[in-house]
Design a protein around this ligand. Structure first.
Ligand SMILES: [Ca+2]
Length: 172
């Protein structure tokens, strides 16, 4: 009986106000891309997500070299998550309007990594790169809730594909 009461207190303690431990389910990451002009559904907006935990080896700006990584991409304005094994899943929490594309994925769907190396590129329908970040950036998921990178304005001919800003937001 005493044991049950203690057990009850233990669960109550977990339920009310304790910080969740890292690795628990329910954490999400929101990727957000903003371009100079209104987004064009005929373009493909792609985010490479490297989860190997090595900040020295992030994705390059060439999507042709993204084999084996997670890739979040908007095709016809619809977000998909491509998995390293070649399968893909529809991302239900997404938005694609005006200058901004947004999608939220569960950390579990990325294998519960401790950090991400992130790269973004925009392609036309023929796979030609319109714009890309200069270098990948790292998100330390345990310590950083919001990371943002900007990109030069006017370095892409098509304003719809001219990256201005990329952000990653971690939610608990
Ligand atoms: Ca740009």
């Amino acid at each position: 009986m005493v044991f049950l009461v203690l057990l009850g207190l233990l669960f109550a303690g977990c339920a009310f106000g304790e910080q969740p431990q890292w690795g628990e389910a329910g954490k999400t990451v929101t990727f957000r891309i903003t371009c100079k002009g209104n987004l064009d559904p005929n373009l493909v907006y792609r985010v490479a997500i490297d989860t190997d935990g090595n900040a020295l080896t992030g994705p390059s700006g060439d999507p042709g070299e993204w084999t084996g990584l997670y890739v979040l991409e908007w095709r016809n304005g619809t977000p998909w998550l491509l998995h390293p094994d070649g399968t893909r899943t529809y991302v239900s929490a997404g938005n694609f309007s005006g200058q901004t594309a947004e999608a939220t994925v569960n950390l579990e769907d990325l294998g519960n990594p401790g950090q991400l190396e992130v790269m973004v590129a925009v392609e036309d329908g023929g796979g030609n790169i319109i714009d890309a970040l200069r270098t990948f950036f790292t998100v330390r998921l345990k310590y950083q809730r919001f990371v943002e990178r900007s990109d030069e304005e006017g370095d892409a001919k098509d304003p719809s594909g001219d990256l201005l800003r990329v952000s990653v937001e971690v939610s608990f």
